[in-house]
Design a protein around this ligand. Structure first.
Ligand code: NAD
Length: 258
């Protein structure tokens, strides 16, 4: 179904675990050349890469803290040096940093949340842009930028997650500008907006709490990372979504229906 992803060069930020890692696996199974990125080198890196490289594609690890703008540029350079260009960028790195209600928010916390969730995607996209444009021209199809939003981008986020929700809403919004001004470059921009997925993001909750929260969703449970992964393949594949840009696909078990 995703035959045209074979050999495509895919950079996925924040992908050593959770939703990002499931995306790396899905692209590898489709035969893509993928860079898994994280702030730190995972302890089990060699075993993980051996497993991932047995799936049918090619996977490398590139270390970079994408909260740091200079590191975003270095990450893109390292990727291009390895694979010769970029066909698909997935801006997945993100997180709460911490839960802080409004009275506790200071400049340092504001910077940490917005650097990780907003500025990282902006900077990696900025540096990737000429490569995505070149790849589109070379292939005669489109390149694809897929950013990871959140249900919190619509709802404003849960307790202490207001800044996080706002940072994701910022992404939902700025994508519209990128579509307006860079579609001519052959680049499509879409967003995957997860609801509530069972990853380290919810490490502050025990299993009973997760079950109780999940029972309030139409699907009756949290999502699993591998249930989000095919949406990245869909937006990456020109054959599947070549005329789709500027959209937000909500993968949330019916938790929220915008
Ligand atoms: P996770 O915590 O399991 O994964 C986050 C990944 O980002 C990890 O691989 C981590 O190493 C990486 N990362 C964190 N900071 C980084 C940095 N500065 N530089 C590079 N990498 C960094 O969480 P997840 O649930 O898999 O989250 C993935 C994305 O989905 C995030 O953008 C998150 O905001 C979003 N999201 C998650 C949920 C959910 O319920 N899990 C809901 C909505 C949106």
């Amino acid at each position: 179904m995703f035959d045209d992803l074979k050999g495509k060069r895919v950079l996925i930020t924040g992908s050593t675990q959770g939703i990002g890692l499931a995306a790396v696996e899905a692209f590898a199974r489709a035969g893509a050349k993928v860079a898994m990125n994280g702030r730190r080198v995972p302890v089990d890196l060699e075993a993980t890469l051996a497993r991932l490289n047995g799936l049918g594609g090619e996977v490398v690890f590139l270390q970079a803290d994408v909260s740091d703008s200079a590191a975003c540029g270095t990450l893109v350079e390292a990727f291009v040096e390895r694979f010769g260009g970029i066909d698909v960028l997935v801006n997945n790195a993100g997180g709460l940093v911490a839960r802080k209600p409004l009275p506790e928010i200071d400049d340092a916390f504001f910077d940490a949340v917005t650097d990780l969730n907003s500025r990282s995607a902006l900077m990696v996209t900025k540096h990737a842009l000429p490569h995505l444009k070149a790849a589109a021209a070379q292939s005669g199809t489109t390149s694809s930028v897929i950013s990871v939003g959140s249900v919190a981008g619509y709802t404003g986020g849960g307790p202490g997650a207001g800044l996080y929700g706002a940072a994701k809403a910022w992404l939902h919004n700025i994508q519209k500008n990128w579509v307006a001004f860079h579609t001519k470059d052959g680049i499509r921009f879409n967003m995957v907006s997860p609801g509530t997925f069972d990853t380290a993001f919810h490490a502050d909750k025990d299993e009973d709490t997760k079950a109780r929260i999940g029972s309030g969703f139409p699907m009756g449970r949290f999502g699993r990372p591998e249930e989000c992964a095919p949406t990245f393949l869909f937006f990456a594949s020109h054959a599947c979504s070549g005329y789709i840009t500027g959209q937000v696909l909500d993968v949330n078990g019916g938790q929220y229906m915008p």
